[in-house]
Design a protein around this ligand. Sequence first.
Ligand code: SF4
Length: 439
Amino acid sequence: MNPGKAAGTNESAATASAAHLVCGGCGLLCDDLAGTSDTGCAAADAWFGIPAQPAATTVDGQPATIDAAVNAAAHRLTNARRVLLTGLTSVPLEPVRLACQIAERLTAAVDAGTADTALLTGPTITRVGEVTAAFEELRDRADLVIFWGCNPAASHPRFLERFVQPARPTGGRQTMSVGPQQVVPPTAHHSHLSLAADQIVPAARLLQASLEGHGITPTDDPLAATISKLNAAVDAASCIGIVTSTRDDPSGLTAWSLGQLVRALAHRKPAFQIPLGAGTAGGGGNAAGFAASCSWRYGAPGAIAAADRDGSEFQPAEADAVRLISRGEVDCVLAVGRLAPPIEAALTAAAVAPSVIRITDITPEPAAVTTVMLGTASLARATTGTMLREDGRLMQLQPLMAPKKPTVDQLLIKLKQAIDAIRPTASTLQPAAFSGESS
Ligand code: SF4
């Protein structure tokens, strides 16, 4: 996916409303951009960029009417042995709900392809809970911010600019980075505690042990020095924010250990964790919204083996989108919105190519497997609805122009109706007329 800028677009209409726009380029859902191009954030420019290849409506590569494409999609979905519903991170909550209704009709697997459902340990929050806060709370309250084994500048381009660099209303702020990544150059206000990646979890466990007075002394010198500096910084701070990232946590143990550490810290003084999600790797800004929707419906944020509102099986690292595609366990994929890069890669590399139904606004590059394409109005410029920021704040999308194609909601409704026509549900069937005892 590499949207470029093309001539002949209604850019003036876009900039006229730019003061109200929300960027869906990553889970920060920034609402303070002055325009839709040359924003200073490359991911935002890509999100708003006019695609070189807008998605058309096709069946097996041939142009088709919307009705014909919807019917073809419905037949392929209902004839499939096993369906995967994926994508959904670049569309608002409303189409996510519609797509989940379709998944339930098909008993499809559901997963957005984000990192935490691909972990054997699954999302940390389901096991230990997290003491978290809004991004603005970090900005306004934390006088010590620790980037623990992560680099927000790489995953969430404007996180530092918006929530760490602004002055606190009541004083200054110290920042520290713990781990291999320095995040920003050292200054009087930022120090880097260099640790190898495999020392990140031990450092969190040792600091917690130290805070709880367990008297465990690190034998390793760099680790002992790190714990000593962290203890001093924690003692001097009045409110502490610890920033973590699922992207840089391949085992899930960092988030688990930091969840425990922050709870121990919070018993001593105000402290919270800012668990950053997929960011720019999520395929869109509503990865948190998809995870929340999925949790409400199925009890888990993804890796759902078979969608069922009465009880679904959560299979992290087993029913995640990439594994299902790579192992050839699904023969039809319903992909809604722009996909996260790992899913596109899995579709391209799949030994047994599934049938792929795409409902989206951009033709992927390079052209990956697609059997039915339903082109939608621009997800960035002509879509209304609600997305969930990674810290849980609801954000209302402000369309910059009227849609020139069907919206993703409209296409999902048509698709669900077509599926219902092929495979009627109990609620769509008419009760048989009573015809007497003898019949
Ligand atoms: S940081 Fe993310 S949400 Fe903010 S402008 Fe950049 S891509 Fe958009």
